[in-house]
Design a protein around this ligand. Structure first.
Ligand SMILES: [Mn+2]
Length: 373
């Protein structure tokens, strides 16, 4: 049977002045086409369905439509887990009822994860939603003292699945985590929040396939695990990156990345004001423009925006070369403090420094986040 693995839809995410809805709709059309063409038997979404727990009605309607099409119209089981951006209880509302209709949503981690059985029981899918180590300590009190970090917590959760799984089946895990060695993008910066450590990939051993979410760049993590990546380029560091889904064939557990069409992409361009205005090819994309013969003041920005409705970042003559996060390596990102990251973000987005008030709010938010980890 064919299974499609996708993740990090981030419905409700916003760019400077809008949302990504038309891009997300284009992705879904491509997904439905692929399901029909390849006679796909199941779809897995590895977390971050929504960009936050408080997204607007449009984002909820979009996921509702996707679930209705996949499970209802196409009759294909759809397994969804909560990522760190999702609000687990909201995402998994009515899960008992919905599973009868083929929509299997897992919000909070449970001790005994019931697999979703497919293909007459030949394939078992274990949904493992995003979790922190305290949740695992609470679920496995007898192993509380073995759990010192997120790595230990993953080992306990995955060992528990390994102990009970039927090895005559194809065993697939859906998980939302940052695996060691994965290459990050700018839109993954929330991954690094609170210096959440990476998890070593040996926690994934013995599974036939691990469908990962959390990192937005599609990539393999060892022979039996992949990040499908996000369906849309959500940051300029993803410029030029193909977006799509992973198609798995359970006959031999081979898997291949299938790129899907994108409605709009991130593009960076540089030139004189006149040269840039003449670039009709850029009109329908999210842009970062560098004007070489003018200061990019409000007036220049307004004139450019008239021509380019999806203009996000304008840099002009006299602005210092961007040292934004998009140009940082993973190693550099790992050495930056949370406040450094905030500073760079505000410099890149607004060409200014964080105010005292913003800093105070940021520190308060980070303190709460750390408490929750
Ligand atoms: Mn994500």
């Amino acid at each position: 049977m064919k299974i499609l693995h996708t993740s990090d839809w981030h419905f409700g995410m916003r760019w400077l002045t809008g949302n990504y809805q038309d891009c997300q709709e284009r992705f879904l059309e491509g997904l439905y086409e692929l399901i029909r063409r390849e006679q796909v038997g199941a779809v897995l979404c590895a977390g971050d369905v929504y960009d936050s727990g408080t997204v607007g009605a449009d984002a909820i309607a979009l996921f509702d439509k996707a679930a209705q099409t996949i499970c209802g119209e196409l009759g294909v089981p759809f397994v969804v887990i909560a990522g760190n951006h999702d609000q687990p209880e909201r995402l998994a509302a009515h899960r008992g009822l919905l599973s009868g209709a083929g929509l299997h949503i897992s919000g909070r981690l449970e001790r005994d994860i019931q697999p979703v059985l497919l293909d007459g029981g030949a394939v078992a899918v274990y949904p493992v939603p995003f979790f922190n180590r305290y949740e695992v300590q609470a679920l496995f009190p007898e192993r509380r003292d073995d759990i010192h970090n997120l790595q230990d917590a993953h080992m306990v959760v995955f060992d528990h699945i390994r102990q009970t799984m039927d090895r005559t089946r194809r065993n697939i895990v859906v998980s939302h985590a940052y695996m060691v060695g994965a290459a990050l993008s700018e839109s993954d910066r929330s991954t690094m929040k609170g210096n959440a450590p990476a998890v070593s990939r040996d926690v994934l051993r013995d599974f036939d396939y691990v469908a990962l979410g959390h990192i937005h760049k599609p990539q393999e993590v060892g022979a039996n695990a992949c990040y499908s990546g996000s369906p849309v380029q959500y940051s300029f560091s993803e410029e030029g990156q193909a977006k799509g889904v992973v198609e798995i064939d359970t006959a031999d557990m081979s898997h291949v990345f299938v790129p899907l069409p994108m409605r709009r992409e991130k593009k960076t361009a540089e030139g004189t004001f006149a040269e840039l205005l003449a670039r009709g090819d850029l009109k329908d994309h999210y842009l970062r423009l560098r004007v070489t013969d003018r200061y990019a003041g409000l007036e220049t920005q307004a004139e450019l925006r008239e021509q380019f409705p999806y203009l996000e970042v304008t840099q002009g003559m006299g602005t210092k070369e961007s040292d934004g996060l998009s140009t940082l390596t993973v190693e550099e990102l790992e050495t930056l403090s949370d406040e450094d990251i905030l500073q760079k973000f505000i410099a890149e987005r607004f060409e200014s420094e964080p105010t005292e008030e913003q800093l105070a709010l940021f520190r308060e938010a980070m303190a709460r986040e750390e408490e929750a980890q």
